[in-house]
Design a protein around this ligand. Structure first.
Ligand code: ADP
Ligand code: MG
Length: 593
């Protein structure tokens, strides 16, 4: 082992500044971030970014902000030198993006950096070169108002860092993603990003966020994104975009949060967001969101992370629930009933397969996987997919209108009429939704009525499942199941939630156990809801089951009363809507005369 003690020494300034630089400057995108933030802090209206070799050989950020006076240039490049913070109290109401006075010093210590700037009052500009942390002399040069920071050969003097960089494609993508997000956050500023060959991003600076969204995700996705906008007394506000439930990704990478104009990676906010989508998305799918949260500066501590990617809130719960409520509201208001798009019917240009889907034996909802509920996997897919069912892009509608039940067809679907057309309801999905909302409401009130079985039922499970069940008996009780161990791998079911009365206890128990085995989610509340959703799925009426007229109308009424009647708890649609409008078009009653 290495245990020869070396004497304690102060690190050379070169080494210590490289260590410090490592915290701020990890990759080319981190340089771009710091320089763009500086430009924004300087009040720039135009920010032009050029890179070469994914930023490895060149990053240049030019702005038209207030610039830096010649006599402060040397200081700007020095460590702990900032114009944004004077005393430590200022740390608790920070209004600027920067304040640590570290970025330029850090970047200068691991690259060849040139800062050129001019302030309004000066006729001439000035320039300083910093190489590996050593500043040269300040020279007078002609320069436009603002500042231009040119960073060449990043990490030329720390080859170890260079080795950690990913491929050019990946590093470039990180820069693109970063600049696009800042452009979204600051739609009044014109951004231009080029790699010397082509312009990757150019924004108009006219405040139109949706146009920038199109640059990030493609026009098709941008059109579908729902707008969130909410405000609360106390200076709390949120704005931005969230994807509808039909538009998802398989990972959380597209959850973007800005807090007070700063891009942050805040796990707690992500979970607030995901809770808002809860039960509206299929398991394992995540939304795309770009949200801008504004919080009074004194209520958020941004000084907990060197790159300021994490923050602390004074009133985390308040903010958390504000985010969740605002997103949920936007989502429920817009969750559209899938509408069969008129042009699919009868128009010659349609492909045969589309015809088949529509000529449908009413199986369109049943085979939701194929048509409606097929979330685009990527922006590219979203752009090219010509889904046979389009989202209603009309006004926000909460809940369902009153429906007039017409009857059941194929022992699987209910047909109903609303003020705005025909509704085809998948009885299974609808019942799933109804049971789920009732169960969760009872759970919320801590009162899930149980119903004792006339004769307790003995259910024997495979050893593995039995073990899982034993571990969860308490949870079961909370849901209104009364289950006791009965020796071996057998259990005695004495009572079930009244909601499921009449269902087979063995089926319920087996469904529950499967869930325990599959579940990995650590959040208890999330696990509970997931289990509830799956049990409800098992307990719900199936397709192919004839319902009495009373049952049909009870189900319709119950569905109308649901908070999110348009999807089952797993995110599949419960209904298809044929609007009066599309029917009229299809029958040639409209437009052709
Ligand atoms: P910080 O942003 O935390 O203050 P930096 O090292 O990023 O620290 O910048 C140091 C100082 O240099 C800033 O406080 C600011 O006064 C000045 N500065 C940096 N970039 C610009 C710019 N683009 N325009 C005007 N001033 C700038
Ligand atoms: Mg800065």
């Amino acid at each position: 082992m290495y245990n020869l003690r070396m004497p304690i020494r102060l690190l050379s300034s070169e080494v210590s500044s490289q260590i410090a630089a490592g915290e701020v400057v990890e990759r080319p995108a981190s340089v771009v971030k710091e320089l763009v933030e500086n430009a924004l802090d300087a009040g720039a209206k135009n920010i032009f970014i050029s890179i070469a070799d994914a930023g490895k050989t060149l990053i240049e950020v030019a702005d038209d902000g207030h610039g830096i006076p010649a006599n402060e240039l040397e200081l700007a490049a020095a460590r702990h030198a900032t114009s944004k913070l004077v005393q430590s109290e200022d740390l608790f109401h920070i209004q600027t993006l920067g304040f640590r006075g570290e970025a330029l010093a850090s970047i200068g210590s691991v690259s060849q950096m040139t800062i050129t700037a001019r302030v309004e009052s000066a006729k001439e500009g000035a320039r300083i070169k910093v190489e590996g942390g050593i500043s040269g002399k300040v020279e007078k040069v002609g320069a436009p108002l603002g500042a231009t920071v040119r960073v060449e050969n990043l990490f030329y003097n720390v080859p170890a860092r260079l080795k950690f960089l990913k491929t050019d494609v990946t590093e470039k993508r990180a820069i693109d993603a970063l600049v696009t997000r800042y452009a979204l956050a600051y739609p009044q500023v014109r951004f231009k990003l080029t790699d010397g060959k082509q312009i990757t991003l150019q924004t108009a600076g006219d405040g139109d966020r949706r146009a920038i969204l199109a640059a990030l995700y493609g026009v098709d996705v941008a059109k579908q994104m729902l707008e969130v906008m909410a405000q609360e007394d106390y200076g709390l506000s949120i704005a931005g975009f969230i994807s509808p439930t039909s538009l998802t990704r398989s990972n959380r990478k597209e959850l973007t949060f800005f807090i007070n104009g700063r891009w942050v990676q805040e796990i707690s906010l992500n979970s607030a967001l995901l809770q808002a989508y809860h039960t509206l998305l299929m398991v394992g799918r995540y939304p795309l969101t770009v949200l801008f949260l504004d919080i009074p500066a004194e209520d958020v501590d941004v000084n907990v992370h060197p790159t300021k990617a994490e923050v602390r809130f004074k009133q985390q719960d308040k903010i958390f629930s504000f985010v969740q409520r605002s997103v949920r509201k936007a989502l429920l208001a817009y969750t559209p009933v899938p509408t069969v798009s008129p042009q699919l019917w009868g128009t010659r240009s349609q492909t045969e397969s589309a015809q088949r889907e529509i000529g449908i034996d009413w199986s369109i909802a049943h085979d939701a996987e194929l048509t409606i509920d097929n979330p685009p996997l990527s922006a590219e897919a979203a752009q090219t997919s010509s889904s046979s069912v389009t989202q209603q892009e009309t006004l926000p509608r909460v809940g369902l209108p009153l429906l007039r039940l017409i009857g059941q067809i194929g022992a699987t679907y209910l047909v109903a009429e609303g003020p705005d057309g025909l509704y085809l309801i998948d009885q299974h999905a609808a019942h799933e939704r109804v049971l789920f909302e009732k169960l969760m409401a009872q759970r919320e009130n801590k009162n899930i009525p149980a119903q004792a079985l006339l004769t307790p039922e003995i259910v024997t499970l495979p050893p593995q499942s039995a073990k899982a069940l034993v571990a969860q008996l308490e949870l079961l009780q909370r849901f209104g199941f009364e289950v006791e161990e009965f020796g071996g791998n057998a259990f005695q079911v004495r009572a079930m939630p009244a909601l499921f009365s009449g269902a087979d206890p063995a089926t319920a128990l087996r469904a529950l156990v499967e869930d325990f085995e599959e579940d990995e989610t650590p959040l208890a509340a999330e696990v509970e809801a997931k289990i509830a959703a799956r049990v409800c799925k098992r307990m719900a009426v199936k397709g192919g089951q004839t319902l009495t007229k009373e049952e049909q109308s009870a189900l319709t009424r119950d569905l109308e009363a649901c908070q999110a009647p348009r999807t089952c708890p797993h995110g599949r649609p419960t209904m298809i809507h044929l609007s009066v409008d599309s029917l009229e078009k299809q029958f040639g009653r409209k437009g052709s005369r």
